[in-house]
Design a protein around this ligand. Structure first.
Ligand SMILES: Cc1cc2nc3c(=O)[nH]c(=O)nc-3n(C[C@H](O)[C@H](O)[C@H](O)COP(=O)(O)O)c2cc1C
Length: 295
C-alpha cells in the first residue's frame, strides 16, 4: 500500500513524499505581480517542513485576470528572474514548485482588472462582483496564448510543473458552467462544447512546455450551485483532460456563490467534516479508470 511519506513521482518530477500544499494566495507579491523575497522566504519555510510539492498561489496570465492585491502575476517575461528565486528557495529545501495559472474572468473587479472584467457571457451572476463584458472569439484566442506563454515562463524559471486552475468559478470554470456560459459559437452549449476553452488552454500550455513537463489541473467536482457545473459535467471535463495527457487532476468544489459549500469552507471542526471533496474525487477517479480500461 502507498503511504503518505513514500517517495513518488508525477511524470519526471520526483517528489520526496505525497504531501501537496494546495494553491494559496499569499498577497506577498508586488503591485505588478512580481514575487518578492518575502514570498521566497515563505516558500522556503514551507518546503523546509517537508511538503513534497508546493503549488503557488494563483498566478494571473494576463493583467485583466487579476483578482486580489499582492497576487502573483506571470504575464510578462520580466518575471522570470524573480520566479527563479522562488523555485531555488523551494529546491534548496528538497521541495518541488508548481505554478498555478489562472485568469479570474468575471470573478474580479474593475479596480484589479484595470478595466471592465471579462467573462464567457455578459451576464451578472451572484459569483461576479460586477457586470462583465462577454469575450470575443479573438480575445479568447489571445487568452489561450497567454496561458501557454505563462507556462513557458514557469518552465524557464526552473519551476517543476504548472497547474491549470479550472476550478472555483474562475474563467475556465465559467466556460465549463452552463450558468455562466451562454455562448452559441462552439464554446458553449453541451458539456463537450463548454470544455472547448479548457481544452485549448491545455493544448496551448502543453505545446509551450513539451511532453516531458508535468501539467496538472484543478477542477471542480461540482460548483455546489443551482444551474452550475455538476459531477457529470466534471467527469466529462476530466475525461477530456485525461485523453489529452494531463498528468494529475486535483478535485475541488464550489464558487464564491455556493453558500456553505464555497471552495474554502468554514467550521471544519471534526474529523467527519474533513475530506468534503473526497466523494467527488473518488467518483471522477473511478470513471476515468473505467474509461481508460475500456480503451
Ligand atoms: C487564504 C486562502 C487562499 C487560497 N488561494 C487559492 C488559490 O490561489 N488557488 C486555489 O486553487 N485555491 C486557493 N485556495 C483554496 C485551497 O487551495 C483549497 O482548495 C481549499 O482551501 C480547500 O482545501 P482544504 O479543505 O484543505 O482547506 C485558498 C484557500 C485559502 C484559505
Amino acid at each position: 500500500m502507498r503511504k503518505l511519506f513514500d517517495e513518488t513521482r508525477i511524470k519526471g518530477m520526483h517528489l520526496a513524499n505525497r504531501l501537496v500544499r494546495s494553491a494559496t494566495w499569499e498577497g506577498m507579491c508586488a503591485d505588478d505581480g512580481h514575487p518578492t523575497r518575502k514570498l521566497a522566504e515563505y516558500y522556503r519555510t514551507l518546503a523546509s517542513g517537508r511538503v513534497g510539492l508546493l503549488i503557488s498561489g494563483y498566478a494571473y496570465v494576463r493583467p485583466d485576470g487579476k483578482q486580489l492585491p499582492g497576487q502573483l502575476g506571470i504575464y510578462r517575461d520580466e518575471v522570470v528572474p524573480d520566479l527563479a528565486l522562488l523555485a531555488e528557495s523551494v529546491h534548496r529545501e528538497g521541495g518541488k514548485l508548481c505554478i498555478q495559472l489562472v485568469h479570474c474572468g468575471g470573478q474580479t473587479t474593475t479596480t484589479y482588472a484595470g478595466g471592465q472584467p471579462v467573462a464567457p457571457s455578459a451576464l451578472k451572476v451572484d459569483q461576479y462582483p460586477e457586470m462583465p463584458a462577454g469575450l470575443t472569439t479573438e480575445d479568447i484566442r489571445t487568452i489561450v496564448e497567454c496561458f501557454g506563454a505563462a507556462a513557458r515562463r514557469a518552465k524557464d524559471s526552473g519551476c517543476d510543473a504548472v497547474q491549470i486552475h479550472a476550478a472555483h468559478g474562475y474563467l475556465i470554470n465559467q466556460f465549463l458552467s452552463p450558468l455562466t456560459n451562454r455562448r452559441d459559437d462552439g464554446y458553449g452549449g453541451n458539456a463537450e462544447s463548454r470544455c472547448r476553452f479548457m481544452l485549448e488552454v491545455y493544448r496551448s500550455v502543453r505545446k509551450a512546455v513539451g511532453h516531458e513537463f508535468p501539467v496538472l489541473a484543478k477542477l471542480n467536482g461540482s460548483d455546489n450551485l443551482d444551474g452550475g457545473l455538476t459531477l457529470d459535467d466534471a467527469v466529462i471535463a476530466a475525461r477530456i483532460l485525461d485523453d489529452e495527457g494531463i498528468d494529475a487532476i486535483e478535485v475541488s468544489g464550489g464558487t464564491p456563490a455556493s453558500g456553505d459549500k464555497t471552495p474554502v469552507r468554514q467550521g471544519i471542526e471534526s474529523r467527519e467534516k474533513e475530506e468534503y471533496n473526497l466523494p467527488l474525487a473518488y467518483r471522477i477517479k473511478r470513471q476515468i479508470l473505467s474509461h481508460s480500461h475500456a480503451r
